[in-house]
Ligand binder design. Sequence first.
Ligand SMILES: [Zn+2]
Length: 292
Amino acid sequence: MLVVDAHTHVFPPHVQERREEYLRRDATFAEMYASPKARLATAEELLASMGEAEVDVSVVLGFAWAEHELCREHNDYLLEAAARSGGRLVPFCTVQPRAGDDARREIERCARGGARGLGELRPESQGYPLDGGEAAELLAEAARRHGLALLFHVSEPVGHTYAGKGGLSLESFYRFVSSHRDLNVVGAHWGGGLPFYALMPEVKEALAKRPDLSGQVYVDTAATPFLYGPAVYGQVAGLVGAEGILFGSDYPLISQRCQRESIEQAFRLDDAARRLVLGENACRLLGMTHDP
Ligand SMILES: [Zn+2]
């Protein structure tokens, strides 16, 4: 079985070297990375972590830069790093959908270059609504055309605040997934808690995979120790099924080894669920085979 970490972040070395410049240029980057404790990792560091944590494949996510040009620079790095990785890194790119045709062309370039998705997207940080409007439809159309998944940071509507919590309201995320049932969509950080509302029949129906459509809604486990107690694994699996949960660490914020071990511990009595969450779901999402 392939072990796939579906949520990691790497940045080009020049962002690390000229961090101050990027902090000035992008308000969301400044919110999340102004603290010198907020680590930026390169692809090489991630590959070393994967070796240590016994992770076979990682999805490397872009950052939701407000400027089109910064998205493009970051995408270049993700595509190049993935191309050099022998299949160990799978790129998800980002765009500023308000850039219109420039964004469309960039998505096409990324898809041709090996991107399997777009993310981590933060519509509200990038200045567009996800529940309706041109930018949201641009993303949906491009995902359909190029067979890409869409991964969104989703904000918990309650609970403690943290740097980078904002980005997409739970309500907008729900409206988008329930009106775009043919797309593969990932709600990061347990989808902001959306699976808990699967106790409402219409939400359960919106989160269930329809047999006649290729799309599915997934949630990932990124940053779990900062957000929820360990009961979240079993509770969400009970509400929406283990088929909808992806192992994601949010590396380098959380160690890949720790996140993998938490999942193994949580599903130690259910081997089928453990395999789905650690890799089989991600393989289905990314169109990869389960065996190395
Ligand atoms: Zn996030």
